[in-house]
Design a protein around this ligand. Sequence first.
Ligand code: GDP
Ligand code: FE
Ligand code: FE
Ligand code: FE
Length: 193
Amino acid sequence: INYQMNIFAGNRNDLLEKIKAAMSVKRYEHVLRVETMALQLAEKWGVPAEIASIAALVHDYAKERSDGDFLTVIREKQLSPTLIPWGNNIWHGIVGAEMIKDDLKIMHEDILDAVRNHTTGAVYMSKLSQIIYMADYIEVGREFPGVAEVRALAFEDLAASVGWQTRHTLSYLIDKQVPVYPGTLETYNTWSI
Ligand code: GDP
Ligand code: FE
Ligand code: FE
Ligand code: FE
């Protein structure tokens, strides 16, 4: 796939180098599988391939940054102080989008929103956000009960598959007795009923 829209100043290989430098080999391979799945969903649901590719490649860009880095960005960019207690799982998308702007100079707001929403979902999700949220969950390396079913559903009814994921993630979080981010509950109430 050729980058022609100038969303990122470089070609796909240039972006791959930046992503690879920011994470472990294991996570980089996950990111490539998310891109493959996102491109298939983008083709099915009418989203431009270049946009799906870039969003997928950057979605976990910040995942290996330190807690201190995230807290600095929250303070310096005056993001909501309610983010402070949450930790990497919630920060790497919402706060990570700021690091993507600063480091990679990607300013495409729909791509940045897809990164912000990829872990918890959101009340409003564009087609692209839904695709990245789903591709992260159903990429071919993922294994969990029902994965084949939800993979098929993402190609039949994208919104219903968003609901499926949110429902299952919420059950999982409750089962593990870990705190549920309020945005996750809003996503559940919007997409899963
Ligand atoms: P990854 O970055 O590819 O591993 O996947 P995600 O960004 O989708 O998820 C990262 C982690 O966040 C997973 O372990 C999820 O279970 C977890 N997670 C998702 N929603 C919530 C939430 O509401 N609260 C908490 N505490 N964790 C969550
Ligand atoms: Fe993630
Ligand atoms: Fe996810
Ligand atoms: Fe991911």
